[in-house]
Write a protein of this length. Structure first.
Ligand code: AMP
Ligand code: ZN
Length: 136
């Protein structure tokens, strides 16, 4: 399942060169061209799924173990101080390339980056209503 108009399909399957950190039958892990920090990488499945809404469970179940492996190796090799894993779904959430990918972003004490979300106040009643909407 490839999409011939998708740049990440071409990269994942080696039709467009990339700075590959890891490859197996299902995935390619590459360096992001415009890194948020040194070592910012992307996990790309070789098959085309638009995002988390579309990725099949078998592939999805392999993403986190691969992320863990990369995070451990990259922390050792780069000497970073932590990691953010970010995975955007749909335009409203910041997705710009519509082929599932997970960002692996090494963090350094002095990296000057900021992925902190803005917390909002919400009453107990409102929180209950949200929970009820999801679980009922
Ligand atoms: P997102 O906003 O979650 O869709 O992330 C897309 C990411 O892909 C961005 O961080 C881009 O810098 C990165 N990107 C786009 N085109 C390429 C490319 N050809 N090679 C490597 N990274 C890319
Ligand atoms: Zn694709």
């Amino acid at each position: 399942m490839k999409d011939e108009n998708c740049i990440f399909c071409k990269i994942a399957n080696g039709e467009i060169p990339s700075r590959t950190l890891f490859e197996d039958d299902d995935f390619r892990v590459i360096l992001d061209l415009n890194p948020a920090t040194k070592g910012h990488a992307l996990i790309l499945p070789k098959n085309h799924y638009k995002n988390l809404y579309e990725i099949e469970d078998e592939t999805a179940s392999k993403v986190l173990p691969l992320a863990k492996k990369m995070v451990i190796t990259m922390t050792e090799k780069l000497g970073c101080d932590g990691f953010n894993l970010i995975q955007n779904n749909n335009e409203v959430a910041g997705q710009t390339v519509f082929h599932f990918h997970m960002h692996l972003i090494p963090r350094y004490n002095d990296d000057n980056q900021n992925f902190v979300m803005k917390p909002n106040e919400m009453s107990g009643e409102e929180l209950d209503a949200v929970r009820d909407k999801i679980v009922k």
